[in-house]
Design a protein around this ligand. Structure first.
Ligand code: AMP
Length: 220
């Protein structure tokens, strides 16, 4: 039975989303990214999206009560019964404590990457606004410059991947989110992973961690 309730920790750009997507495909567990949910709300022009956009564009955090409303709605969906992969949530101690009050986490994966590597990863990152495929101007170029290989849409830089905003996202991470490492360590569920390696190498280490804990079955 799949019952992995996993939280990904790590500064912006450490590869949480990339790894969560790969695990989701392997184990059939839902990848729940609060950043993706918010970006989708912005794209759809919903009330939430309109409020969230200015906060996200400057690299700040959305208020805890708003995020908790979103995540509670998502985690009660039937696909989350067998487990979930949380990416970008929790981001504050209050969010982590609230999550514990309505659900449990049995694995926290902390992905570590040096800051200078992260800045380079983020500012050179480009994404497809239509299908979400990510590219990098140094490591993962599209076949045709500026155009998505999969759907032909023009690639964009996320507003919050501009260098000045990246710096404030790091400050927010250190101040508000890094304390969660100690929080999950105290609960005995923390695993540190060196994220400054090839995506596949990082992935196989995370798979080993989850399988050693006996929380997942391969669906592939
Ligand atoms: P991400 O894609 O996870 O880097 O999230 C992008 C932006 O969405 C963040 O910089 C925040 O503005 C907002 N956001 C995403 N998740 C959360 C959260 N759990 N709490 C507060 N703000 C969030």
């Amino acid at each position: 039975m799949n019952r992995a309730k996993v939280v990904f920790l790590g500064a912006p750009g450490t590869g949480k989303g990339t790894q969560a997507k790969k695990l989701s495909a392997k184990y059939g567990l839902p990848h729940v990214s609060t950043g993706d949910i918010l970006r989708n709300a912005v794209k759809m022009g919903t009330e939430l999206g309109l409020k969230a956009k200015t906060i996200m564009d400057r690299g700040d955090l959305i208020p805890d009560e708003v995020i908790l409303g979103i995540i509670k709605n998502r985690l009660v969906k039937p696909d989350c019964k067998k487990g979930f992969l949380l990416d970008g949530f929790p981001r504050t101690l209050a969010q982590a404590e609230a999550l514990d009050s309505f659900n449990s986490v049995n694995c926290a994966i902390q992905i570590d990457v040096p800051d200078d590597v992260l800045v380079k990863r983020l500012v050179l990152r480009r994404s497809c606004p239509s299908c979400g495929t990510m590219y990098h101007l140094e490591y993962q170029l599209p076949r045709v410059e500026g155009v998505c290989d999969k759907c032909g849409t023009a690639l964009v830089q996320r507003e919050d991947d501009r260098e000045d905003v990246v710096k404030s996202r790091f400050r927010v991470y250190v101040e508000k989110t890094a304390p969660l490492i100690g929080y999950y360590q105290g609960k005995g569920v923390l695993h540190n992973v060196n994220g400054n390696r090839n995506v596949e190498v990082v992935f196989s280490e995370i798979v080993q961690i989850l399988e050693a804990a006996g929380d997942v079955n391969d669906e592939g």
